[in-house]
Write a protein that binds this ligand. Structure first.
Ligand code: GLC
Length: 554
């Protein structure tokens, strides 16, 4: 395998709106990120992925872009962005932006022109169709609920939006659209960007001709995924984008890829793949239901283990997965994957360690490094996220009381991960001098960066150790390029695997609060990481405390 500059990196996702506010408007900004570069460097991360900071009306928190060439004034200016790229470079760090090109904003000039003249040049930038007898062109349901079709005022026409109605889908079949996208990507890469995280990319290819499918709920609509499963040929667009943009710049790219066909793996992330990497979402989508969050099945430690291993087995050494326990679309990993009431320091470290040592590129989401947890919503009015508001409605319609509905959506809400980064124990956790756009998690006095940086047993220090291990000359080759082999798979609530390269490592976690003893496949030579002070084992057995996590040289 040809070595690439990004193989040995550790990535960190910044949700700019909630990272650090330096001008008191309650919204994080680029100056805030610049001021924390040393903090991030000290943690050890190399690649910083920024969720969208382009000009946007924020119908979906910036994933609805009105101008791809400018920074939203709430985040700062282009000079700030250039400074960020520059200062990151000085520290040997790379900035990665979000590439949101399945759709733009309905406030983008392309869409305004399309509405003014749907049959003209810009009409063909989107999917615009005539209604028939007042009926929408197809019966697809959008990701955020309701039909994917909305009216173009003053006409009998509608436009397609896979997500919110303020996010019209771009027509990738139109070469002019693709040219615009490539021009923009290259413009940013020429500025010195390290690459892109690529949003909702499977959605760019629609199954044509557009048609109805079997409804899957009482609303008579069917999930848009049904159409996607029948869409073929996304690879033609993706290889064109790779060859025209990413390859000439040697950019790092990570795809938000759902629903790709198993046989396409090599084309996606193999040696000459469309992308450098793609996220493993096996764990995050586990238990999901077409009916909605109220019908989701909770994930157990055994499920978690099987999901991770299935993804690892599928990819093998074909390419590199990007491994996460959370992101801006998910609840906090420690609240989601650890059984309720079990968010101890040890358990948080175990979960982080098991995920971090998998084969692939580790992505840490802001606040994960201090073990941030889900927040508490005392009323639905405290929720900002459109997906959560839609799910709340769906839950009420399914017959749940408002209290029950709030409880259910609180568990899965994307806002859990979007509460402000917890810097210290001062008012509003040091995030802002003003009023934060989203309420701070009330636990910030107990969980914050300032405390953890001075505490050698903190979650922060543990992540730092994991990153140092990944960079250590002796273990690097094994951790980055070594194979992954599950072991002790039938031991309940034990998640263990070898990483085999020039060295052999055994990674083992006791995914429960009770102690347990399991066979030790081989006698350890050295303990590299331990989330407790001690561990007891002999030649054949190892005795693990509740939530104990170890990296052993074997
Ligand atoms: C991706 C983003 C999510 C956004 C959606 C639409 O899934 O991660 O936040 O809502 O795309 O752009």
């Amino acid at each position: 395998m040809t070595k690439k500059w990004w193989h040995d990196k550790t990535a960190y996702q910044i949700y700019p709106k909630s990272f650090l506010d330096t001008n008191g408007d309650g919204i994080g900004d680029l100056k805030g990120i610049i001021s924390k570069l040393d903090y991030l460097k000290d943690l050890g991360v190399d690649i910083l992925w920024l969720s969208p900071i382009y000009v946007s009306p924020f119908a979906d928190q910036g994933y609805d872009i009105a101008d791809y060439y400018n920074i939203d004034p709430r985040f700062g200016t282009m000079e700030d962005m250039e400074e960020l790229i520059e200062k990151a470079k000085e520290r040997e760090m790379y900035i990665v932006m979000d590439l949101v090109v399945n759709h733009c904003s309905d406030e983008h000039e392309w869409f305004k022109k399309a509405c003014a003249d749907p049959d003209g040049e810009y009409g063909n930038y989107f999917y615009i169709r005539e209604k028939k007898d007042g009926k929408s062109p197809t019966n697809w349901r959008s990701y955020f609920g309701n039909s994917v079709w909305s009216d173009i005022p003053g006409t009998n026409k509608q436009y397609l939006h896979s997500f919110h109605k303020k996010q019209p889908d771009l027509n990738w079949e139109n070469e002019a659209v693709r040219e615009e996208v490539y021009k923009n990507i290259n413009w940013w890469l020429d500025k010195g960007l390290g690459g892109f995280r690529i949003d909702a990319i499977i959605n760019i290819k629609k199954a044509l001709p557009l048609q109805d499918y079997e409804p899957d709920r009482a609303d008579g609509l069917c999930s848009i995924q049904e159409m996607l499963s029948r869409a073929n040929g996304v690879g033609e667009f993706l290889s064109e984008m790779r060859d025209r943009c990413f390859k000439p710049h040697d950019a790092f790219t990570v795809g938000e890829v759902f629903d790709e066909k198993p046989e396409e793996l090599d084309s996606f992330i193999g040696e000459n793949g469309y992308f450098s990497s793609k996220f493993d979402f096996n764990e995050t989508i586990f238990g999901g239901s077409e009916k909605g969050w109220y019908d989701a099945k909770a994930i157990t430690p055994e499920d978690y283990k099987h999901c991770c291993f299935a993804a690892q087995r599928h990819v093998g050494t074909t390419g590199f997965l990007s491994n996460i326990i959370e992101n801006h679309d998910e609840p906090r990993g420690v609240s989601h994957y650890l059984p309720e009431g079990e968010c101890s320091l040890e358990a948080k470290k175990m979960l982080g360690g098991l995920n971090f040592m998998l084969r692939g590129i580790p992505f840490i989401y802001q606040g994960q490094e201090i073990g941030m947890e889900n927040t508490v919503f005392s009323s639905i009015d405290e929720v900002d996220d459109i997906a959560t508001l839609d799910q709340y409605q769906t839950t009420l319609e399914a017959g749940y009381s408002p209290e029950e509905a709030l409880n259910i959506v609180s568990r899965y809400s994307r806002d859990n991960a979007r509460t402000p980064m917890q810097w210290d124990a001062s008012a509003n956790t040091g995030f802002t001098n003003g009023t934060p756009w989203l309420k701070v998690n009330p636990n910030y006095r107990d969980i914050n960066v300032a405390d953890q940086m001075n505490d050698e047993h903190s979650v922060f220090m543990f992540y730092k150790k994991l990153i140092q291990l990944r960079k250590h000359p002796r273990w690097k080759e094994t951790i980055i390029y070594g194979t992954l082999e599950p072991v002790l798979e039938d031991e309940k609530n034990i998640m263990a695997y070898y990483r085999k390269g020039p060295e052999t490592l055994l990674i083992i976690g006791n995914f429960q609060k009770d102690e347990q003893e399991v066979p030790l496949p081989r006698m350890p030579k050295e303990i590299l990481i331990n989330n407790y002070q001690e561990v007891s084992y002999d030649e054949t057995r190892i005795h693990l405390k509740g939530w104990q996590f170890l990296v052993l040289e074997i």
